[in-house]
Design a protein around this ligand. Structure first.
Ligand SMILES: Nc1ncnc2c1ncn2[C@@H]1O[C@H](COP(=O)(O)OP(=O)(O)O)[C@@H](O)[C@H]1O
Ligand SMILES: [Mg+2]
Length: 252
């Protein structure tokens, strides 16, 4: 499965993506987790040491095209090879790659970013599942950084602002003919909250995750929810999301 979490900042993308990836990996899948958010957070909810480094500068080499400077993976390095060499190994066997912080305005500081982009263009094949966390926002993160996704999960809270963001993302998706786009209703407090999410976004709702203080507590501890509170209601809800998506995604 190739899934990317999108939505407004604070909706719960990183919390859900981290748990989702761990659940898949614990079920025996080979899972590559991608954090495309320059504001990192996924490492913590996944339970890998919170390193702030992206790919090394020498993962890419420079070349000229039409008089312009471009970057490609260095000779002999494939996307799969970059994952094997550089992705951080995490619990349950997940592998983790992140964009890494922007180090400054100089062009040569962006080599890790170029490397990340080139890996997105050459991801390992379908024997890997890919779970991505996209930056909050609309067009660019959604369409460009998430170009590997076969399913976008739009994480939506039952608040007017979040519903509005969800609706915008749903419209963008429809206008681009993107693959499957579904909503995940997060931080639900009332039984009719998922219906509000469906009505407000116009999206099918894959599933609902309750408001669960265990999520905030795991965050406070800087631990993965699955490690801090494996029996939390939110974990059970994410397991259901995984099952629901499995039964929806066309076999690849
Ligand atoms: N189901 C939930 N119940 C309670 N709190 C949640 C839930 N999901 C996320 N949160 C909290 O919401 C905040 C934002 O979550 P986060 O995953 O960082 O959002 P995003 O990645 O979309 O910006 C965090 O403080 C997190 O603990
Ligand atoms: Mg986040």
């Amino acid at each position: 499965m190739r899934v990317a979490f999108v939505g407004k900042g604070g909706a719960g993308k990183s919390s859900l993506a981290g748990t989702f990836a761990r659940v898949l990996a614990a079920a025996g899948e080979q899972v590559l987790v991608l954090d495309s958010d320059p504001m990192p957070g996924l490492a913590l909810s996944l339970g890998v040491p919170s390193v702030d480094t992206g790919l090394p500068d020498d993962a890419v080499e420079e070349y000229q095209e039409g008089g312009r400077r471009r970057y490609r993976l260095r000779s002999g390095l494939t996307g799969q090879g970059a994952v094997e060499q550089y992705a951080v190994a995490g619990p349950d066997g997940v592998r983790f790659l992140q964009l890494g912080k922007a180090r400054g305005p100089r062009w040569d500081n962006s080599r890790p970013h170029w490397a990340f982009q080139r890996v997105l263009d050459d991801l390992p094949g379908d024997d890997w599942s890919i779970v991505g966390d996209l930056p909050g926002g609309t067009r660019q993160p959604f369409m460009t950084w998430g170009r590997y996704a076969r399913t976008y999960l739009v994480v939506v809270e039952p608040t007017p602002a979040s519903l509005l963001s969800g609706r915008r993302l749903a419209r963008l998706a429809a206008s681009r003919g993107t693959p499957q786009v579904l909503a995940v209703a997060n931080k639900m407090r009332q039984p009719d909250d998922p219906d509000r999410v469906a009505a407000g976004t116009g999206l099918d709702v894959l599933g609902a995750v309750p408001f669960d203080p265990a999520v905030a507590e795991a965050d406070r501890q800087g631990r993965a929810l699955l490690d801090a509170e494996p029996a939390a209601p939110a974990v059970a809800a994410v397991r259901s999301l995984v099952e629901a998506l499995r039964s929806r995604e066309a076999p690849s």
